[in-house]
Design a binder for this molecule. Structure first.
Ligand SMILES: NC(=O)c1ccc[n+]([C@@H]2O[C@H](COP(=O)([O-])OP(=O)(O)OC[C@H]3O[C@@H](n4cnc5c(N)ncnc54)[C@H](OP(=O)(O)O)[C@@H]3O)[C@@H](O)[C@H]2O)c1
Length: 254
């Protein structure tokens, strides 16, 4: 492991880490020495994920809570600090989507997606910053999305939330730099995860993504991890307010 990317002694909370991109990023941080606290809503699954990491000799723990529950989310951040004695890295990754034409959206659905994908990230950030300021060091990373750069029909609340996150990265970066806290995003294209199961089950859509991607394939979750490792480690000490696009080149091609 290069010393530049070492996170030994650092404590990270990764939301939505019971599978998919969150688990892959948590594993990447743990591989590089961080103690990772995995979050999701199901304690049993999280316990199994922690075992996968500790079996490899990594330091891992879990905390089950719903990021949409403001009180639980704030307590979750504080619990990490209380149990592990420091709070260095927040990867606010948990997210969801709904797909339907504009006419079919209810306001309840709109608010649910915005709460899961945007408001929860604000809440967790606000709480984490209190602890990060103690050490004048922090790394905040959001999982944004290619849909913050390119639209798709039907996922209006998701696109609004992810585009909002990209903007929030910039305003927080501007405010928090004097505290030694950086705020950046990893911006994935299409990856093979449960979130995309309905799309993966549609051969025409799978081919559409393959055709629109210079690398002619979907991403594997572990391919997002190195971007998160860079942004979470001291290697990115002069990088803030940015997005690292990991999309097989999709956003570069007309
Ligand atoms: N996959 C892609 O191609 C892609 C592309 C761009 C952006 N993203 C973003 O990447 C992030 C992760 O997506 P993914 O593809 O890995 O999805 P996924 O496989 O569906 O995993 C989502 C994770 O979030 C957890 N989660 C969902 N709602 C939660 C809540 N309210 N509170 C706490 N945990 C919650 C899930 O665990 P439980 O259900 O057990 O709680 C799970 O661990 C999302 O923000 C997504 O928008 C994904």
């Amino acid at each position: 492991m290069s010393k530049m990317f070492s996170m030994t002694g650092r404590v990270a909370l990764v939301t939505g880490a019971s599978r998919g991109l969150g688990f892959a990023m948590a594993e990447g941080l743990a591989e590089n020495g961080a103690t990772v606290v995995l979050n999701g809503r199901d304690a049993k699954t999280l316990g199994e994920c922690v075992k996968k990491l500790t079996d490899k000799g990594y330091k891992a723990d879990f905390l089950a809570f719903d990021v949409m529950d403001e009180k639980a989310a704030r307590k979750g951040v504080d619990d990490v600090m209380a149990k592990h004695g420091r709070f260095d890295i927040l990867i606010a990754n948990a997210g969801m989507t709904l797909r339907r034409p504009i006419a079919d959206w209810t306001m309840e659905e709109w608010h649910k997606v915005l709460n899961a994908d945007l408001t929860s990230c604000f809440v967790m950030t606000q709480q984490a910053v209190k602890h990060m300021r103690v050490n004048k060091h922090g790394r905040i990373i959001y999982t944004t999305s290619l849909t913050a750069l390119r639209g798709r029909p039907g996922i209006h609340a998701y696109v609004a939330a992810k585009t909002g996150l990209v903007g929030m990265c910039r305003s927080l970066a501007a405010e928090l730099a004097p505290d030694g806290i950086t705020v950046n995003g990893v911006l994935p294209g299409y990856f093979k995860t449960v979130l995309n199961q309905a799309l993966l089950d549609d051969p025409a859509f799978v081919e559409f993504v393959n055709g629109r991607t210079p690398m002619k394939r979907w991403g594997e979750p572990r391919e997002l991890a190195p971007a998160a490792v860079f942004l979470a480690s001291d290697a990115s000490s002069f990088v803030t307010g940015q997005q690292i696009v990991v999309d097989g080149g999709m956003s570069s091609m007309v």
